[in-house]
Design a protein. Structure first.
Lengths: 202, 202
DNA sequence: GAGTTACGCTACGATACAGTAGCGTAGCGA
DNA sequence: TCGCTACGCTACTGTATCGTAGCGTAACTC
């Protein structure tokens, strides 16, 4: 019963290549619109025109526009890569932050981030999606810090969540708000400043 | 000639109370819409309906919608307050950051910030407005840091712009992106961590 | 091969928005 | 008081969007 009234729930695992193709084309077009013109520009008609998929087909596969925007953003994400957990903490932190900076300055999903940040302000579903995504990405940083604390490289009284915020907050701030320089040298400065206060053997 | 073809340029200093009243009502309604529903929801028809001012009057006073959104945001801002430049640097920094946190968690303009951040992504005029606004607000922090460096309270090799980013970046990050706790205790943690690495007499 | 199903196409009705024109009124300022 | 002007109102044109319905076709599954 639920599968007949909500066929779109199963669309993702559909074996029918027609569904797979149209779904991919729809998500690609939706993601492009999201990147280029923001969340409010992701319209069903626009997706249809751009993807070549009929409007009716889009409505058949998704029951709400916000669900579609959600999926479009998800389709842009690469799976999080795991970082090696050896080496001095300074190198580990740079190995974490430099890809973040690269992503925020050149990846596709980065262009959607401001749109989603704004959409999250008024759309609880979107907020949950975004925060869930970020929480996953942050887990690498948290475990890296915990390990360094256990090894005695960092002060044992660090609050991990706050430390992570201090490391990545300045990066997001420059990307989203101030537009100031965002490069590897800046990452090195952040890490320097952080370790100067957080390292045990300063 | 310029005043007759572009009367809206002078509207701000108009002595005609009719203009003053309608302008205020329009900006109030536009700001409300901006806060409640984002930048793309600020429509002329919506402002007219909400403010009770005729659509034609709005078009008479503003020549573009983005200019109106601009002015609506500006109308929300309180003039920047000047901070006392005495006392230890820790107190000065907290005196700067706590009002920022308060503003970002409870002021009207804070609700418009995510919308403007997103709009800035694709609207150069809006970007310039937002960055100009932030630059003005940051100047307090910059001069405070410079004075403390001159007094010898902070390391003389600090890069002021990067130091400011490290202080306020985490705050904006939590407000815009992660949604984690944002209170005075967090400010104290930021300042602690910053001074642990930046103070001369650590 | 036969039945099923996803698709494209066209055509809706409804709503919302931009932006403009004309006209009469009421408030303002000198 | 009298002229000026900002205003409100109505009525447009034109565009874009939503979401749905019906129908024929082509692709896929078994």
């Amino acid at each position: 019963m639920s599968s007949s009234s909500h066929p779109q729930v199963l669309a993702e695992e559909s074996r029918d290549p027609r569904v797979v193709r149209s779904r991919a084309a729809i998500l690609r077009a939706a993601a492009d619109l999201l990147i280029e013109s923001g969340a409010s520009a992701v319209t069903i008609g626009g997706i249809s025109e751009r993807s070549g998929v009929a409007k009716t087909t889009i409505y058949r596969q998704w029951k709400s526009r916000s669900q579609l925007v959600f999926d479009a953003f998800e389709s842009l994400l690469a799976p999080a890569t795991h970082i090696s957990e050896s080496g001095p903490i300074r190198q580990q932190l740079e190995a974490l932050l430099i890809p973040l900076v690269r992503g925020l300055t050149s990846s596709e999903w980065a262009l959607a981030v401001p749109a989603l940040v704004d959409a999250s302000e008024r759309d609880p579903e979107m907020r949950q999606l975004l925060r869930g995504f970020l929480a996953g990405r942050k887990e690498n940083g948290r475990s890296t810090l915990r390990a360094a604390m256990a090894r005695g490289e960092l002060r044992p009284d660090l609050v991990v969540d706050e430390a992570v915020t201090m490391l990545i907050g300045p990066i997001y701030y420059r990307r989203l708000v101030s537009g100031e320089t965002l490069d590897e040298r800046f990452v090195a400065e952040i890490v320097d400043q952080f370790l100067r206060g957080a390292a045990r053997t300063s």
